[in-house]
Design a protein around this ligand. Structure first.
Ligand SMILES: Cc1cc2nc3c(=O)[nH]c(=O)nc-3n(C[C@H](O)[C@H](O)[C@H](O)COP(=O)(O)OP(=O)(O)OC[C@H]3O[C@@H](n4cnc5c(N)ncnc54)[C@H](O)[C@@H]3O)c2cc1C
Length: 386
């Protein structure tokens, strides 16, 4: 099913496409913002690209114009994601900051916090990470134990965070801490905007199976964080966290883009790869797998379109977001499986090889498969709690 986009969205597409043609250097095509943690050169390259995007007001088009965005509507955001995927252009360096943390600062921050943090985040001058998960608080985030104790004009923070994407290069952290241990767990949490260069903050890179230090652990030992770092009221951090997580989940509308691009790539490969003197695409078993995969990609597109339709009608993201996340992460795993079927051992090298091992992380990030299945079971299918 194809629907026609409104003329304003198509006008925006033409404008952004022309800008990308003019400004995107070949060596940036296919670069991943996460690769910025690999070396100082990679960081500077991504930062320079980020500044270019920001100067043209393409770094955060959904942000209001007063903060350097375009106040773009849903369809422009869809077009923006489509054009980034089509061209292979990396998005902004501050992947987490711009889409997840900034909305919390805009909604809960003071004017001073907005002025201090948003412009530098937009340009990539400050890189942000999210300090939510702990060794014993992931799916059950409200169990977090990192403590912040008020002392004069400061909070003294002690504890540990883990799985902090971009933590290795982050300048600032949106940190969830426990400020009151004596109330029900959701009610004693606060959110602090923490300078990662404060004494007592120690970042330890976590190198994953892909060989990249995409994550870190962050240890806090008697870190004195000024009270002015509080985002939203004290002990109201759960509400701030929910703003951040809602925006994290709002990204479902474009999940199908990367998946369908990879599936199209596999279909092309199946046609051009020769097996026993014939195109691999002639193999009936492989054809079945490719057809199933293709349908899965199209199904994900329908789920994404449904999310877009909901947004256009002003409906808040509902439990169908969990379904889209679930299908997306499973589809990425199936792509890796079919690549293995088609390419054999060669599927373990290059970008197919990276995707093959990385796909596992997608079943955990942004809500695990099991937790999402529970949400779908209870809130979509109406099944009783297990
Ligand atoms: C790519 C990636 C990026 C990430 N980036 C960040 C980041 O920037 N900042 C940050 O703070 N965190 C980040 N995380 C961490 C992520 O939020 C957590 O890994 C996630 O919330 C799961 O928590 P956990 O790892 O502690 O697993 P747990 O919650 O301990 O889960 C362990 C297992 O138990 C299952 N389980 C848990 N609860 C239930 C239940 N109620 N019913 C059934 N099964 C259940 C889970 O599905 C899983 O299989 C990232 C993770 C990944 C993979």
């Amino acid at each position: 099913m194809n629907f026609e986009y409104p003329p304003e969205a198509e006008a925006f597409r033409a404008e952004f496409r022309a800008w990308l043609n003019e400004n995107l250097d070949d060596d940036l095509v296919g670069a991943r913002p996460m690769a910025a943690s690999e070396s100082p050169e990679a960081l500077e390259r991504m930062r320079a690209w980020n500044r270019k995007l920001a100067d043209a007001r393409y770094a955060a088009i959904a942000w209001p114009a007063e903060y350097g965005g375009r106040g773009a509507g849903v369809m422009e955001q869809v077009v923006y994601a489509e054009e980034l995927h089509r061209s292979g252009a990396p998005g902004t360096l501050n992947v987490i900051g711009i889409s997840n943390i900034a909305p919390s600062i805009m909604e809960h921050g003071t004017e001073e916090q907005k002025r201090r943090f948003l412009p530098a985040m937009l340009r990539g001058d400050d890189v942000w990470c999210q300090g939510f998960s702990e060794p014993n608080a992931g799916s059950d985030l409200a169990s977090l134990q990192t403590r912040a104790v008020a002392d004069g004009d400061d909070y003294v923070v002690n504890g540990q965070k883990v799985w902090n994407t971009l933590g290795v290069i982050a300048d600032w952290c949106e940190l969830l801490v426990r400020t009151d241990p004596d109330v029900p767990k959701h009610k004693g949490i606060s959110c602090l905007l923490v300078d990662m260069r404060l004494p007592g903050v120690e970042v330890r890179p976590l190198v994953t199976i892909t060989g990249e230090a995409e994550f870190s652990e962050i240890f806090f030992t008697d870190v004195r964080v000024p009270k002015s770092a509080l985002l939203g009221p004290e002990n109201d951090g759960w509400r701030v966290a929910m703003t951040t997580l809602t925006h994290e989940r709002g990204g479902v509308a474009s999940l199908h883009l990367g998946v369908r691009k990879k599936i199209a790539g596999l279909l092309d490969l199946a046609r051009s790869t020769t097996r026993n003197g014939r195109p691999a695409a002639d193999d009936p078993v492989l054809r079945q797998s490719l057809a199933r995969l293709y349908l899965e990609g199209e199904y994900l597109k329908l789920l994404s379109d449904r999310a877009v339709s909901g947004l256009l009608h002003g409906r808040p993201a509902g439990p169908e977001t969990s379904l889209a996340k679930l299908v997306w992460s499973e589809c990425e795993t199936h792509i890796a499986d079919v690549a293995g079927q088609l390419l054999g051992p060669a599927a373990n090298a290059g970008s197919w090889g990276r995707d093959r091992v990385y796909a596992r992380a997608l079943s955990i990030a942004g809500g695990t498969t099991q937790v999402n299945k529970n949400i779908v079971a209870q809130r979509v299918l109406g099944l009783p709690r297990g």
